[in-house]
Design a protein around this ligand. Structure first.
Ligand code: ATP
Ligand code: MG
Length: 512
């Protein structure tokens, strides 16, 4: 053996980075211009005049097998992520330029390699729910820089590296306490001096924010240990059995993860409005669970600190699942679905996950954001999906003309409301494109026949529900094969726009 050191983490990181960027190119750059051609077992596409190809399977999930290639002087040569970045830059020149893009892609690739190295040395949590939260090594499969994280030191807080770290405890003088709803569980995290209330802080955020300490805000030192969930900024505090959603002034995928003041208030408002809705939903969908966010706490020391230190209390998935049911993050199931009988497993999955989402939209005017990271699936002892847990009220909206939002602060109301069309696009994107497409691709592997059968099964289940609801229009369009809206993550990064400004590109509908 020659002593050639092959750094596997770097190779895997390059492969994943190239694949994610290539998927974005198919979906957002070449696809809408008609420059993608299926040529089984390959998919061919043209970017900036250059022909590219990769072996692909898994329908719209675009799983690649073997190295993507570029045609150069009449022969196929391996394509690298850096080369693809240059092609994207050349192709998108007309849409303005972006000097950050290449750096973000490279940072994401470096982060994946660092995660893989750290993970090889780390011990995964024994709790299967937490292990699933920490399984997303490569992140969003349709994002140009899924794992880019600002600054240094992030590995100490990375869920994928199985980080565990103590909260920092602050004391907020009672007259400058900002709080709504029920955040009493925070008091169990430690002890505050008389006249002060306890405010836990994420240590990474505290380092970024550097608040001035003084009589209104005390530094009380380290608190209990917590474990980060898949979103990085939401952590689980095992002793208090609660999730805490912090602000984190770091860009993760498309957003700097700050809890805006109107989102803090909105979470509490939505929690009280959604309780009766989910109670009613349970009559027809008893397998549906959700994670209430009953309260938040912060310091009323100006908008910067109120938002930067704001923490939302969220119930934990274990506390809402029935005994014997194990919550597992849907995104982890999209990597590895434990199905002995894929068709039966899929039918159970679609029933518990998709049907309540559609019922909420049509019967209650509630728009969930059921992408792979916002849904947990409750598996029974045999591994079959028997419950679904929906979370993340920041992405949950009320259809404006079906809910009376008068009386709320206008900014709180605006952040809570969606018009029906925007809401429907969000539901269809999250549920079908982001979520079910990935689960189906994992179940089917390279078996195209099985993939078609899975979608036939989904169609039958959805058609039955559309019938029960009286075939409302966008639902019947969907079942008739109207194209699906796919969120344009490359486009929004290229434009350096806010996530909420992200557009959609139409893609083929597997229910057709
Ligand atoms: N398939 C996926 N779709 C969407 N997000 C994904 C996916 N895979 C990984 N992610 C990651 O999950 C997070 C989704 O962001 P989202 O806004 O839902 O969460 P959050 O509001 O920060 O936190 P929480 O979900 O705890 O409320 C991002 O960090 C994103 O990179
Ligand atoms: Mg989320």
């Amino acid at each position: 053996m020659r002593g050639v050191a092959i750094d596997t983490p770097s190779l895997l990181a390059e492969e994943a980075t190239l694949a994610a960027l290539l998927r974005c190119c198919v979906r957002e750059v070449a696809g809408p211009r008609g420059l993608v051609w299926p040529a089984p077992p390959y998919v061919l596409l043209r970017i900036a005049g250059t022909l590219l190809r990769a072996r692909a399977y898994g329908g719209a999930a675009l799983r690649f097998e073997g190295p993507p290639e570029r045609l150069e002087d009449g022969s196929w040569r391996p394509l690298t992520a850096d080369e693809l970045v240059l092609l994207v830059e050349a192709d998108l020149q007309g849409a303005g330029d972006n000097g950050e893009f290449a750096g973000q892609v490279a940072a994401s690739r470096a982060a994946v390699a660092a995660i893989l190295r750290a993970r090889a040395e780390a011990v995964p949590p024994a709790d299967p729910w937490l292990a699933s939260e920490q399984a997303l090594v490569y992140g969003h499969p349709f994002h140009p820089s899924p794992k880019a994280r600002g600054g240094s030191g992030w590995l100490d807080y990375a869920p994928e590296a199985h980080a565990e770290f103590p909260l920092r405890l602050l004391g907020v003088r009672e007259d400058v306490l900002a709080e709504e709803g029920d955040a009493a569980v925070l008091d169990s995290l430690g002890a505050a001096p008389a006249g002060y209330r306890l405010l836990p802080a994420h240590p990474w955020q505290l380092g970024l924010l550097r608040p001035a300490f003084g009589p209104e805000l005390l530094d009380l030192g380290p608190g209990p240990s917590v474990l980060p969930t898949s979103s990085v900024r939401t952590v689980y505090a095992p002793d208090a059995e609660v999730c805490l959603k912090f602000s984190l002034d770091v860009r993760i995928t498309n957003c700097v993860r700050k809890n805006a003041w109107y989102e803090l208030a909105g979470a509490v408002e939505l929690t009280s409005r959604l309780r009766p809705v989910f109670d009613e939903l349970a009559i027809r969908h008893p397998a549906t669970r959700w994670l209430p966010e009953p309260g938040y706490r912060s310091a009323a020391l100006g908008t910067r600190l109120r938002e930067g230190l704001g923490v939302i209390v969220r119930q934990s998935p274990w506390s809402v699942c029935s005994p014997g049911v194990t919550p597992v993050l849907a995104a982890a199931l999209a990597l590895d679905a434990p199905a002995r009988d894929p068709l039966a497993w899929w039918a159970a999955y679609v029933s518990v996950v998709a049907l309540p989402v559609l019922e909420l939209y049509f019967a209650h005017g509630v728009v969930l954001e059921p992408h792979l990271q916002n849904v947990l699936v409750g598996l029974d002892a045999s591994g079959l999906p028997v419950q679904a847990v929906f979370r993340d009220l920041e992405g949950t909206k009320l259809v404006a003309d079906r809910h009376d939002l008068d009386g709320l602060h206008p900014e709180v109301a605006a952040a809570l409301a969606y018009d029906a069309g925007r809401g429907w696009a969000r539901v269809v994107y999250c549920l079908l494109v982001n979520h079910l497409t990935e689960i189906a691709a994992t179940l089917a592997g390279a078996d195209d026949g099985l993939l078609r059968e899975l979608w036939r099964t989904a169609r039958d289940l959805l058609a039955k529900q559309a019938g029960d609801l009286g075939w409302p229009l966008p639902f019947s369009d969907l079942l008739a094969g109207a194209p699906l809206p796919a969120k344009a993550n490359l486009g929004v990064r290229w434009a350096r726009a806010a996530d909420r400004a992200a557009g959609y590109v139409p893609i083929a509908n597997p229910l057709a």
